[in-house]
Design a protein around this ligand. Structure first.
Ligand code: SF4
Length: 337
């Protein structure tokens, strides 16, 4: 199938998100359906975001929305206008202890995968900033560096997925995404500019060794991220099949629940040991999987689920300050009356 590009309209640009269980956000904005990076391990095509749109996508010429992941991109051009409208009407803002009221761009696509999505992302971030919302960017593309003028501020954190620093391995696993060396360069530039940063060292393949983790973390610590998220590749839905089609032999070693869980536990031990030896255990944030129940002590599992990150945000957003001062003013008026 050749690449299919187009646009789509959605009703709600700002969705409440369950990703607080990973300490990521309370809301998510996805500026497209599909992702041209087409990473072989990507779970998105197996999620309801794509599964519930099977027919709609097939009508656009995408015969198999799961297996053809990476070959289609339907951009939601109206998101900025819709968001502006939505925020002007929105009275309550969800701010859980784990999600911290943060808006994530994006969970189901890459916000900076090309110039077209970068333009929509920029407009969207500008609107969120104007409304004093906390923003988390997550990308594999260095294009965000062009937006440093709006991203470098206290209410925005930019994160890059950097599971490993090996361009050759990346060519096999995430062949259409910019190589890790370019991502790392972007992080270095962001660090030099004083940008708030984090890294998603995820998802890591089962071939990663303790030394690989140490080398990664040593490099990552040079850009001083506030938090380093970690999870291994989880073979789930169709991603196992896609990895096998891509010739990734390691995929078959994590295809059963038992082998997946054993690999998760082994890597978890490695990553914690490596973080300890590099001196960044305090920044490491594990993304456990509830499916590990029965394989990992429940207490250990529950400790990480819904754990807030160590990131700190400005105590109050301007909108909260405004609300407070209105309350105080009303109280004073009540006293005077
Ligand atoms: S960049 Fe993210 S959303 Fe896009 S294919 Fe890769 S993992 Fe999936």
């Amino acid at each position: 199938m050749s690449i299919i590009k187009g646009s789509e309209k959605i009703v709600n640009p700002l969705q409440e998100s369950a990703l607080k269980k990973k300490g990521l956000c309370d809301y998510v904005i996805n500026i497209a359906s599909g992702c041209l990076h087409g990473c072989t391990f990507c779970y998105v095509p197996s999620t309801p975001a794509i599964r519930t749109k099977q027919k709609e996508l097939q009508e656009k010429g995408i015969s198999n929305p799961q297996m053809d992941w990476g070959k289609y991109l339907l951009v939601r051009e109206n998101i900025p206008e819709q968001l502006e409208e939505k925020l002007s009407r929105k009275k309550k803002w969800r701010e859980t202890p784990e999600g911290k009221g943060v808006v994530l761009l994006c969970s189901g696509t890459d916000p900076y995968q090309n110039y077209q999505t970068a333009k929509i992302t920029r407009k969207t971030v500008e609107i969120l900033s104007k409304n004093q919302k906390r923003v988390r960017i997550l990308t594999r593309s260095p294009l965000w560096i062009n937006d440093l003028d709006i991203l470098n501020q206290p209410n925005i954190t930019v994160g890059m997925s950097l599971p490993f620093l090996n361009d050759e391995l990346s060519l096999k696993i995430e062949p259409q995404a910019p190589p890790p060396s370019k991502r790392y360069e972007a992080l270095q530039k962001g660090h030099q500019a004083g940008c708030r940063l984090y890294v998603a060292m995820a998802p890591t393949p089962p071939i990663m060794t303790l030394d690989d983790f140490k080398i990664n973390l040593e490099q990552i610590m040079k850009i001083d991220p506030e938090v380093i998220f970690w999870e291994p590749i989880n073979a789930r839905g169709t991603n196992g099949k896609r990895m096998i089609v891509a010739g990734l032999e390691f995929a078959s070693s994590i295809m059963t629940k038992k082998s997946w869980a054993e690999n998760f536990i082994k890597q978890w031990e490695h990553v914690e040991k490596a973080a300890k030896s590099v001196g960044c255990l305090d920044k490491l944030h594990i993304w456990p999987d509830p499916e590990l129940k029965g394989y990992v002590e429940e207490e250990k599992l529950n400790r990480w689920l819904y754990m807030p990150t160590v990131e700190t945000w400005q105590k109050e957003t301007v909108s909260q300050t405004r609300k407070k001062s209105t309350k105080t003013r009303n109280k004073k008026l009540a006293i005077v009356r």
